[in-house]
Design a protein around this ligand. Structure first.
Ligand code: NAD
Ligand code: WQD
Length: 331
């Protein structure tokens, strides 16, 4: 298949491009490099021996998309492109709604014009808001998002579902990711946020490296086994493999929703201890106040993806920690 990967030089997109190329798909990437670097294209080539076609373009740029669809006969789109910083989205709601929602509307309109009706969308566990219980199943209610970033995911899920209702030629897969961490074993691609990281794992690896003095753990008074927040950390390689399973089994028509998680919840302290065990490096930390908007527990029931796609996450938490650390050291 020839697959257009929006946001393909980003963290999850680049790992997915590698696996697509490895199984023989043709890959066309469109990315405006707002949160990634063009050197990722060469990294993907170095890993796979194949160079994906790359367009530095914005998904808001209708003409650029039109040219891409005109030049390449695209069979399906995996749509990663989007802004993803939760805190920044609170400060810049217009930019987030414009980029994520208008960008997706533009993409969908161009897809329709060119007769391409298959799309896999990067959604997020954030659409469940504060779940009534864990593990979270796909049929749990969505809503109650606490920031514009999360709301863009919620609205886009709705928009994509409405699209199918209007025109049964669409095949839509909504993938709700839990907490991706880790990197490709080559250490050539991985999560490399600019500035001080917001997410836990890149913060931990920078403390391990000595770039940051200590980790602040946001609260130890949650109703969890050790009081710290519990999340479903998933290796980015497993997450990428989930996309491969989806693409290989994509129906001709319909809307499908899958959780991509491991089904196991680990606390912040569990992760710190696993990191220390697997790398031999001590992580100094301090317990601080809760971070506004955080929930106590968020972990998936991934049974539907296993049942319908034959996919399940394989990597252990220790493997994820080692992989994240190897990438940090190499970069
Ligand atoms: P990322 O920032 O590394 O990758 C996104 C890519 O999209 C970047 O390379 C960026 O330059 C590009 N981009 C952004 N706006 C664009 C635009 N208008 N036109 C073209 N390119 C644009 O993020 P990621 O972690 O790889 O996330 C990929 C997707 O998965 C995002 O939609 C994100 O919201 C979603 N997601 C991520 C996580 C996570 O924790 N990383 C969790 C759930 C969902
Ligand atoms: C994990 C746990 C923190 C940093 C976010 C988005 C979500 C999704 C994934 C895109 C929490 C604690 C963190 C730190 C800490 N992204 N923590 N000290 O908040 O579960 O999810 O990324 O869709 O939408 O909200 O991930 O890595 O920020 O936090 O104690 O310095 O680590 O409180 O319990 P989160 P995270």
């Amino acid at each position: 298949m020839r697959i257009l990967v929006t946001g393909g030089t980003g963290y999850i997109g680049s790992h997915t491009c590698v696996q697509l190329l490895e199984q023989g798909d043709e890959v066309v990437i469109v990315d405006n490099l707002s949160n990634s670097k063009e050197s990722v294209v060469s990294a993907i080539e170095k890993i796979t021996g194949k160079r994906p076609v790359f367009y530095r373009a914005d998904i808001l740029d209708r003409e650029a998309l039109d040219t891409i669809f005109y030049t390449h006969k695209i069979d399906a789109v995996i749509h990663f492109a989007g802004l993803k910083a939760v805190g920044e989205s609170v400060a810049k709601p217009l930019e987030y709604y414009h980029n994520n929602i208008t960008g997706t509307l533009t993409l969908l309109d161009v897809m329709r014009e060119h007769g391409c009706f298959k799309i896999v969308f990067s959604s997020s566990a954030t659409v469940y808001g504060t779940p009534a219980s864990v593990p979270i199943r796909e049929d749990f209610p969505t809503g109650g998002t606490t920031n514009p970033y999360g709301t863009t995911k919620l609205y886009l899920e709705r928009i994509l579902s409405d699209l199918y209702v209007s025109d049964k030629r669409w095949s839509v897969v909504l993938l709700r990711y839990f907490n991706p961490i880790g990197a490709h074993e080559s250490c050539l691609i991985g999560d490399n946020p600019n500035g001080i990281p917001n997410n836990l794992m890149p913060y931990v690896t920078r403390v391990a490296k000595g770039t940051l003095p200590k980790l602040c753990i946001y609260g130890n008074d949650y109703p969890t086994h050790d009081g710290t927040g519990v999340r479903d950390f998933i290796h980015v390689e497993d997450l990428a493999a989930g996309h491969i399973a989806v693409v290989n089994k994509m129906a001709d028509s319909g809307v499908k929703v899958y959780n991509l998680g491991t089904g196991v919840g680990y606390s912040v302290l569990d992760l710190v201890q696993a990191f220390e065990r697997s790398t031999g490096i001590k992580i100094p930390y301090e317990i601080t106040d809760r971070r506004p908007g955080d929930i106590a527990e968020c972990w998936s029931d991934p049974a539907k993806a296993e049942r319908e796609l034959g996919w399940r996450a394989k990597h252990t938490l220790e493997e994820m920690c080692r992989s994240a650390w190897n990438f940090e050291k190499a970069n």
